[in-house]
Ligand binder design. Structure first.
Ligand code: NAD
Length: 391
């Protein structure tokens, strides 16, 4: 290992400067906001005079974008609608460049705002565009999946995928406002609702045991909007508290990374056979096994993971198409990994609390331990993506 530089030998700075100021993001939870977005967007007078860009994907475009845009136009704004393809393929540098050109061609100014109307993909791509066009223009997220309402939109992390893995090109860039309207989840496929629950479960397992209890108590319709809204509000509270404490997710904020290192590797290496939340569910289950194997977790942790993930019909096995080597290869590009020390994972010590080693929540885990956990939890054979659930 390279020795740490001795601060006594570092060159003295000639000058210093600090840039940027903290941005406050307002999160609004309001039913009907997508049908009537004018008040929910709460644009200031300057932004109201500048062109507004609504970005969406094909499915959400067909379901919600046209009345959304028409209401805004009727209020006197100049509104451009841009539509990207559905799904992860839109999170590419190619689509990003196309959208940059399309926006510049239509005409934008510094007071313009970009509105993401869609799931996590639309929010991430629009976030990257807002962060980079004119070195930063206004951003509003209007998330339309449970994944985005509970997680992706409640975030200042914007990202595109590189050729080597998920979210490798990105920026911290906060939206001015996030408008959550659970009504639109009525048109979301059940598998996608379950998928969004994975991120809510993450907060329960790693941060708040009473949320896990509430999740286990819920039996009934997975589409129940009353229940979903209550869960979304609770998750937003928990996530906002974490972001305020540790915005770049190095210490306590590692809660937000729970299950994601292995989850991203599984999602990417399986060619997106699993949805994001499904892959995170697998990542959490593998992390629970690792924590137990390393002697960092109490005996309740693994069965609790299994129980709550089963309850929501989420996968708990690594797809058969991936072996330990494939998962380890996917982990090479994890952002918390160190080229010298290898993978560093968030692990749960007991329900609602991360394990800490030497004051750190990003814990170095030897490849052999990861390989053992992946092999033990690898699905015995191809079994598709249907799982039984109690909700
Ligand atoms: N920035 C972050 O902190 C963060 C957090 C979590 C996830 N993410 C990212 O979010 C992405 C996943 O987001 P996602 O799960 O929302 O997927 P997605 O954006 O691909 O949306 C999933 C599908 O659902 C459709 N859809 C969206 N809203 C709908 C509605 N109301 N009714 C019917 N269909 C609808 C979309 O058209 C799409 O086909 C991943 O790329 C992930 O990396 C980012």
């Amino acid at each position: 290992m390279r020795p740490a530089p001795n601060p006594a030998h570092a060159a003295a700075p000639y000058a210093r400067f600090q840039t940027g100021r903290p941005v406050t993001t307002e999160v609004v939870v309001q039913r009907g906001a997508v049908r009537d977005p004018v008040r929910a967007l709460a644009q200031g007078p300057e932004a109201r005079r500048s062109p507004l860009f609504v970005l969406t994907d094909r499915t959400v475009g067909a379901l919600y974008a046209h009345p959304f845009v028409e209401r805004l136009r009727a209020s006197g704004r100049t509104v451009h609608l841009l539509i990207m393809p559905d799904g992860e393929q839109a999170k590419s540098l190619t689509h990003y460049t196309r959208l940059v050109d399309a926006i510049l061609q239509r005409g934008i100014d510094e007071a313009s705002e970009l509105v993401a109307l869609g799931g996590g993909v639309v929010c991430n791509v629009t976030g990257m565009l807002a962060a980079t066009l004119y070195r930063g223009v206004g951003l509003v997220h209007v998330p339309t999946t449970l994944m985005a309402q509970a997680d992706a939109a409640i975030s200042h992390k914007q990202a595109l995928n590189g050729d080597h893995g998920k979210n490798l090109v990105g920026a911290y860039y906060a939206p001015r406002r996030v408008v959550v309207d659970v009504e639109v989840l009525g048109t979301l496929h059940q598998r996608r609702i379950r998928d969004g629950y994975a991120e809510i479960i993450k907060h329960g397992l790693a941060q708040d045991p009473s949320l896990t209890e509430a999740l286990l108590d819920h039996v009934g319709d997975v589409h129940d909007l009353e229940v979903i809204e209550a869960m979304v509000r609770r998750t937003i509270d928990l996530k906002c508290a974490m972001m305020a404490q540790d915005p770049t997710e190095r210490r306590a904020g590692m809660v937000l990374q729970y299950g994601h290192a292995i989850g991203h590797a599984v999602e990417w290496q399986s060619g997106f056979e699993l949805l994001h939340g499904e892959a995170v569910a697998v990542g959490m289950r593998v992390a629970a096994r690792i924590a137990r194997a390393m002697g960092l977790a109490d005996a309740a942790v693994e069965p609790l993971h299994q129980r709550v993930l089963d309850h929501y019909g989420l996968p708990t096995h690594v797809p058969h198409c991936l072996d330990a080597d494939a998962v380890l290869a996917g982990l090479r590009h994890d952002k918390r990994a160190r080229l010298v020390d290898g993978s560093r994972l968030a692990l749960v010590a007991h329900p609602g609390a991360l394990a800490m080693v030497d004051g750190e929540a990003a814990i170095p885990v030897p490849d052999a331990v990861i390989a053992e956990a992946v092999t033990r939890l690898r699905a015995p054979g191809a079994r598709g993506t249907q799982w039984a659930s109690r909700v």
